[in-house]
Ligand binder design. Structure first.
Ligand code: NAD
Ligand code: DAU
Length: 341
């Protein structure tokens, strides 16, 4: 592989990373991707099986905290897209240390190596959760000027990694771009997260656990729209800029979301089960992505209901992908949900 037009993607065997790789290789068949992934519980080779045999794709099984390996890989690439992270808020409440090691130290190892090898663009994937929570009685949204105010160990670790990326830009001149995105959903979403958990539970006639009063609001974006946005940043993004991605123009709370899923799956509301709330649960997220639209010409392409229909159909035809993952992670589900009723 030549360095020109070669990307190092970290965490590409996970949900968004794999969707990005599929999108990118389809749209840039003459570019190359090296996918560095540790294959934690959230990363699986079955998630990238569709691209595994392409001549312009290479998988490297390894850890972003492995400085020697990362240093070697940086000699082979022009740009980096950094997805790898521990990503589930509930797991961060159970085991915060791993989130700090992966999300903060892992990012710092990559940044050091990127500097050493004159990487042309380091794109850091972040989340809207770093901004904290909005209240239900305003129509306020997060934008590029919203101060950071994270509440979970996960979002605090992502906030720290964002600060580090910008600090490497300011201090050492690292050519970075950064994006903060809202909740993604779609194909290959790990079945511990709300939407795939609901779909797969309902397929097995099980109830959907809704935390607290269910009046929590998330801003849902179809994952392939996120992938397109990242591609636009790689092609047209300004070094040193931050871009925000979101999917909805109107708030939808978790109960409304689950009711939408129930309706599409022809199930009644008896499948909703209110369970104990998540500690530190952020009330509402909503993203103003107008600056990103103006700068990159990006817009979400799918309405939530259409995206949910597509996603539900995918989970119905890809049981061989999610069933083994749910099975393998039974001990997590038992621990997370056993005393919540
Ligand atoms: P995911 O949990 O599905 O996948 C994470 C991937 O990172 C897995 O393949 C895992 O094996 C890999 N990984 C973890 N630790 C690693 C390590 N030490 N070395 C190498 N690989 C490692 O995550 P996702 O939902 O696809 O999220 C990807 C990125 O996008 C994360 O940085 C996350 O914070 C961010 N993000 C996610 C969402 C969302 O809704 N899922 C929204 C905004 C931003
Ligand atoms: O906002 C972006 C973030 O979205 C990403 O940075 C995270 O990596 C990603 O996991 C996601 O975080 P959330 O905590 O918002 O997603 P989750 O799917 O876990 O939960 C969505 C909402 O549903 C949230 O209000 C909590 C609620 N929920 C979740 C689960 C798993 C329930 O009510 N019951 C559940 O069983």
């Amino acid at each position: 592989m030549s360095k020109h037009n070669t990307l190092l993607v970290t965490g590409g065997a996970g949900f968004i990373g794999s969707n990005f790789i599929r999108y990118y290789l389809k749209n840039h068949p003459d570019h190359q991707i090296i996918n560095l992934d540790l294959l934690t519980y959230a990363g699986n080779l079955s998630t990238v099986a569709e691209v595994a045999n392409l001549p312009n794709y290479r998988f490297v099984h390894g850890d972003i905290r492995d400085a020697q390996l990362v240093d070697q890989l940086m000699t082979e690439v022009e740009k980096v897209v950094h997805f790898a992270a521990e990503t589930h808020v509930d797991r961060s409440i159970m085991e915060p240390a791993l989130f700090l090691e992966t999300n903060i130290i892992g990012t710092q190892v990559l940044l050091d190596a990127a500097l050493r090898h004159d990487i042309k663009q380091f794109h850091h994937i972040s989340t809207d959760e770093v901004f904290g929570a909005l209240s239900l009685d305003t129509d306020e949204k997060f934008d590029e000027h919203t101060p950071y105010n994270p509440h979970s160990p996960y979002s605090a670790s992502k906030a720290a990694s964002d600060h580090l990326v910008r600090a490497y830009g300011d201090t050492y001149g690292l050519p970075y771009t950064l994006s903060n995105c809202s909740n993604n959903y779609g194909e290959y979403h790990f079945p511990e997260k709300m939407i795939p958990l609901a779909i797969t539970n309902l397929m097995d006639e099980q109830k959907v656990p809704v935390y607290g009063d269910g009046l929590y609001v998330r801003d849902w974006l179809y994952v392939q729209d996120h992938a397109q946005g990242i591609d636009l940043i790689l092609q047209h993004g300004q070094i040193g800029e931050t871009y925000l991605f979101g999917g909805l123009y109107k708030d939808i709370n978790n109960l409304e979301l689950i009711k939408m899923i129930l309706k599409i799956m022809n199930k009644d509301e008896s499948y909703i089960e209110h369970v104990l709330d998540r500690p530190g649960h952020d009330r509402r997220y909503s993203v103003d992505f107008s600056e990103t639209s103006r700068k990159l010409g990006w817009q979400p392409s799918l309405e939530l209901e259409e995206g949910l229909r597509k996603t539900i159909a995918w989970y119905q035809t890809h049981q061989d992908w999610w069933r083994p993952l749910k099975e393998k992670n039974q001990s997590y589900f038992t621990k997370q949900y056993k005393n919540r009723k």
